[in-house]
Write a protein that binds this ligand. Structure first.
Ligand SMILES: C[S@@+](CC[C@H](N)C(=O)[O-])C[C@H]1O[C@@H](n2cnc3c(N)ncnc32)[C@H](O)[C@@H]1O
Length: 385
């Protein structure tokens, strides 16, 4: 096809067209550039950070205390605002197979400063005339032992003394699903610790007490002690339905006010139950005591296991639900009935098919006698004293 020669005008206009198409071209790319810089990159960054955020939340959740443990398949919310999680759990060190070492020298070393400071830290949350018992030495009173057992033996915090209290651990949606790895990790962390016999809350406070840290004040002044971290596991405490003794620990304040002080002190959540543990249906009893949710139960009640057979019947119920955790018994050498029961338990433990092994740990606990029963079929307790 013959092409018509272009007139100068058309050449000009053609040049003009070419110039305008260049302008359109560069406008187009400028627009793309702006689009990439202003929309696409921020969008990618947002997606990545959201993704990272999810991972962080999931990691925290997996590391966290049993506040988020599943109970009957559903996740529970807890006192999320005050917990600090540095729990070291891994699949080789699950509670079921863990060797629990109770070492007198380690207890002594811990007690001299940090253990004692922890007790001073919590003492104002019980009744005034119990303060002297709470700060008493291990082997005399059991409060330091209970604190040591949870914070140092069962749920040790990060070894880094400089750990800070994390007051901003988020709560999670009940439906937030966990991967099987995360679930396994959570399964090695209990949902709560049980303390039976609340009275003035002293033992519950000891079980939930934080680890203390010395902060130098300079100018020759002695260190200041602050609550550094907490295992974060709530304490569920039980007393008789009619019992109102715990209100005395609030020292005239409301329970809300006491709770807020407890939270400020970084003591883990304390949940009060007033009911008859022998009368609640077995399914309900399991939600309180099952070793799926609980590693440690402390029993310190009427101390009349034969005339008011609560302790012995409670033990029967634990066996009925196949409890596979630890049980601390207070006052095993206190009076005749307790001595007799302890002897009966010793006989039972000596049998080959006994569901538990037992240890006398009075030297670490209460002058009136402290016993430890281990119901874990594959667990091991080593006493170094
Ligand atoms: C020795 S005091 C507990 C002291 C507390 N554990 C501490 O160390 O600070 C015994 C408590 O057990 C409670 N108690 C007695 N029988 C009980 C039962 N069947 N269930 C729950 N609590 C019971 C009593 O009301 C009493 O407050």
């Amino acid at each position: 096809m013959l092409r018509r020669p272009q007139s100068p005008t058309s050449l000009v206009s053609s040049k003009k067209d070419s110039g305008s198409s260049k302008t359109t071209f560069s406008k187009k790319y400028t627009l793309h550039f702006v689009l990439v810089v202003c929309v696409v990159i921020p969008a990618i960054v947002t997606v990545i950070s959201l993704f990272e955020g999810m991972i962080t939340i999931r990691t925290l959740q997996a590391m966290s205390s049993g506040v988020y443990m599943t109970q009957n398949g559903s996740q529970l919310r807890g006192d999320c605002s005050m917990t600090a999680f540095h729990h070291h759990s891994n699949n080789d060190d699950t509670f079921a197979t863990k060797t629990i070492v109770l070492d007198l020298q380690a207890m002594k070393d811990y007690s001299q400063q940090r253990g004692l400071q922890a007790m001073h830290h919590i003492k104002s949350l019980t009744v005034p005339n119990y303060e002297k018992f709470v700060i008493e030495k291990y082997g005399q009173e059991h409060y330091q032992f209970l604190h040591y057992l949870t914070s140092q033996v069962l749920y040790p915090q990060s070894k880094d003394e400089n750990d800070k209290v994390n007051n901003n651990v988020p709560c999670f949606d009940q439906n937030d699903e966990l991967s099987s790895d995360e679930q396994q990790q959570q399964d090695s962390v209990p949902h709560h610790i049980v303390d039976i016999g609340t009275r003035y809350v002293a033992s519950s406070l000891a079980l939930g007490a934080p680890v203390m840290k010395a902060v130098p004040r300079g100018n020759g002044r002695s260190d200041q002690w602050v609550a550094a971290s907490s295992h974060g596991i709530p304490v569920w405490t039980f007393d008789l339905a009619r019992s109102r003794e715990r209100f005395q620990a609030f020292r005239g304040a409301t329970e809300e006010r006491w709770n807020s002080d407890r939270q400020k002190a970084n003591v883990t959540e304390i949940v009060f139950h007033n009911l008859d543990l022998l009368k609640v249906p077995l399914d309900e009893f399991k939600t309180y005591m099952s070793s799926e949710h609980v590693h440690l139960i402390v029993l310190d009640t009427a101390h009349k296991p034969y005339t008011i057979p609560f302790e012995r019947e409670f033990l029967t119920r634990l066996l009925e639900i196949n409890y596979q955790g630890l049980l601390v018994l207070d006052d095993i050498h206190f009076q005749e009935e307790m001595k007799r029961w302890w002897a009966e338990l010793q006989d039972q433990a000596a049998k080959e098919d006994s569901p538990f092994r037992l240890y006398d740990v009075t030297i670490l606990g209460h002058w009136s006698g402290t016993g430890l029963l281990d119901f874990r079929p594959q667990g091991n307790v080593v006493l170094n004293f």
